[in-house]
Structure formats: C-alpha cells, structure tokens
Design a protein around this ligand. Structure first.
Ligand SMILES: [Zn+2]
Length: 198
C-alpha cells in the first residue's frame, strides 16, 4: 500500500484540478437488500465501502468533492440516483456505483467492472490496474464487461463495480476493517490515476 500512496503523491504534485466524484452505494433499505447470502446483505457492505472510498479520497486530497448518492441504509430508486447526478452533473466528473456479486460457481471473476462506453473503460482500466498492482489474491481474477445498467445511463463517465463474489472467504475478508480500507484506497488511487491520464 505504501507504493500506491507514493504513486499518488507523484500524481497530485502534478495536478491542481479538483474533480467531483459521485459514489453510489447499490441497493438499500428493507425493500432492496441486494444479494443476501446466509442472512448477510449486499446493501450495507456497499454503503460501508462507499463511505470508506469517500474517506480515502478526502484523506489524500481534501480539495476533491465527493458526493455519496446514498448516505444511510434506506431505499433510493434507480431513477432518484440518476436524478441526483443529472441535477449536479455540470459540476460532476465521474460516477461510481458499488456492488457485490452473487457467489455462484459459474461466476469465475472476483472483481468485475461494468462500463457503457470507451471513456468508462479508461476509468475501469485505471481502477483494475491498481487492483492488479496490489497483488491481493482475493482480487486475482479481474474483468471489464460492457452492460447497459440503468445507473450507467447518466451524462458522466460511469462504472459499476462488482467488488467481489459474496462467498464465505470474501465475506470473512471484507469484515476486517483494514481490508475494507485496502479496497477503498485502491479504488481512490485508481480514480486519481484516471484523472491524471485524462
Ligand atoms: Zn448489487
């Protein structure tokens, strides 16, 4: 992680641009828990990671503006999520939706980033490069896929990250706070790399 932080300092030293980043914690509330495995719900994991990503970004660069679309464990419709972005998009730069994947054995990849166009792929590439660089075994298999998910249909470069499959190994791993912070730091630095290369 130290090496990642030193890359970041190199990047921030070269840039004075202050982007706005929307972070969307997928699902929420009793109406929409997302994937549920052995009583463990996806929605609270998404919210916890979204908050940690915001902290990671602001710890590294306080001048950045980070907006959480969902701040509590409550239900927000897909339309409302896009409405928030549409109202503010003129001052916004990127949109990142955080999800966890099903634990089905036919899903081979750990982390999958969904995109809708070329600009999104640049953002996905930057984030996945940092996951590769981290050498964390739990993110060994990585993939970028194209999809027309509702939340990706907004005016900003947007990605939907299925952070990992919610199998027992990952649920145990992500319950440890230092691991949550590792994921948040990787995504935060990936965002910086994207802006640097843009
Ligand atoms: Zn989801």
């Amino acid at each position: 992680m130290l090496r990642i932080i030193s890359i970041l300092f190199l990047i921030t030293a070269c840039s004075s641009y202050k982007p706005t980043i929307f972070i969307d914690a997928g699902h929420g509330g009793p109406e929409d828990p997302g994937i549920v495995i052995k009583g463990e719900k996806e929605a609270p994991i998404n919210l916890m990671l979204a908050k940690k990503i915001k902290n990671s970004i602001l710890n590294l660069e306080k001048g950045y503006n980070v907006e959480l679309i969902r701040k509590t464990n409550s239900f927000i419709s897909l339309q409302e999520r896009i409405q928030v972005v549409s109202e503010k998009y003129k001052s916004g730069d990127i949109f990142i939706s955080i999800h966890q994947n099903a634990a089905r054995t036919d899903i081979k990849n750990n982390i999958i980033i969904f995109t809708k166009n070329k600009e999104d792929v640049k953002l996905a590439d930057a984030i996945l490069w940092l996951f590769k660089y981290s050498k964390l075994q739990i993110f060994k298999n990585r993939e970028i896929k194209q999809a027309n998910f509702y939340v990706l249909n907004n005016p900003l470069p947007s990605v939907l990250i299925e952070v990992n499959r919610m199998n027992k190994g990952y649920r145990d791993w992500i319950s440890i706070e230092t691991n949550q912070e590792k994921v948040a730091d990787i995504i935060a630095v990936g965002i910086y790399v994207y802006f640097y290369n843009r």
